[in-house]
Design a binder for this molecule. Structure first.
Ligand code: NAP
Length: 269
């Protein structure tokens, strides 16, 4: 008896396909029978022609802030759903991609962080933040990273503070800091420490403390392949739902932490 064919693999073009992140996305698409890497697009290529000739359904963009918006709009013009990982586009560019998706009737996604573990770490930290008085974040990245702390560390601190309605953590200061900077930076009373070492990709731990206990949530990135599973999830979600997703947390359908806190307080009342 002939075996019935499964659903056709999703056809995905990648712009920035030979870049560090793009290479990982191409490899992940080629390794997954649910996807086909339909086109590898680089700077100077005719993106509209490449999308047309490859019959791509989605375009994954990991290029530069200067190119990302134009590539996403080229995708929507061609009726192709953009999934943008390029960082630094700015809020107005994200709004333009969202509007272009709506006008073209295609789904889309823009996410500054496609790492599943990093997004879950932020969400879990946000959830835990209301129950502890003290918090210290330690992030580690490769020695060449130009900014400190990392955007993820700052965003984690912002989300935690918002979840506490702005209530600061109780920051424990050394009475006498014999080496300047040893207690790290501070955001909303949470200490933030940055480590820069060759060999590290991107790690972050968030440690909370209250009377008699600590809780540590830790994420470690071992290679740039870390971004690929989140990108493939986003492509599938965008093509299956036709929706626009603002960040990977929306793709993962993480419930709002405020709703969960409400459930927890009513079940323990
Ligand atoms: P990269 O190694 O420099 O790769 C960028 C690639 O894009 C290069 O191959 C570049 O080609 C190509 N490119 C430049 N302009 C283009 C255009 N107009 N059309 C098509 N391709 C073009 O950089 P990367 O480390 O892969 O990072 C790329 C972007 O993704 C950055 O914004 C980074 O912050 C972001 N990123 C996001 C995540 C996330 O989770 N969202 C994860 C990793 C990286 P040439 O070298 O020939 O110019």
């Amino acid at each position: 008896m002939a075996r019935s064919a499964g659903p056709a693999p999703l056809r995905v073009a990648v712009s920035g396909a030979r870049g560090r992140a793009g290479r990982e996305i191409v490899a992940a698409l080629n390794a997954d029978p649910g996807f086909v890497c339909a086109a590898e697009i680089e700077e100077g290529d005719d993106i509209a022609a490449a999308l047309r000739s490859s019959s791509a359904q989605a375009l994954v963009d990991f290029t530069t802030p200067a190119a990302g918006l134009g590539n996403a709009l080229a995708a929507t013009d061609a009726g192709v759903a953009p999934v943008v990982g390029t960082t630094g586009l700015g809020e107005s560019a994200v709004a333009r991609v969202r509007e272009a998706c709506a006008a073209a009737g295609v789904g889309g996604c823009v996410a500054a962080n496609f790492s599943l573990g990093a997004v879950l770490l932020m969400w879990l930290s946000e959830l835990a933040s209301s129950y502890f008085e003290r918090c210290e974040i330690i992030e580690a990245h490769h020695a060449g990273k130009i900014d400190a702390p990392s955007g993820t560390a700052l965003r984690t601190a912002e989300l935690m503070l918002a979840a506490r309605d702005g209530r600061r953590f109780d920051h424990s200061r050394a009475e006498r800091e014999t080496l300047a900077g040893t207690r790290g930076g501070e955001f909303g009373g949470a200490a933030v420490h940055s480590v820069r070492l060759d060999g590290v990709v991107a790690d972050q731990s968030v440690t909370f403390a209250t009377a008699g206990q600590t809780l540590t949530i830790e994420h470690r990135t071992t290679s740039r392949a870390a971004f690929a599973p989140g990108v493939l999830l986003a492509v599938r979600a965008v093509l299956e739902t036709g929706r626009f997703f603002d960040g990977l947390a929306e793709v993962l359908r993480l419930p709002a932490n405020s709703a969960i806190r409400g459930l927890m307080s009513s079940s323990t009342a």
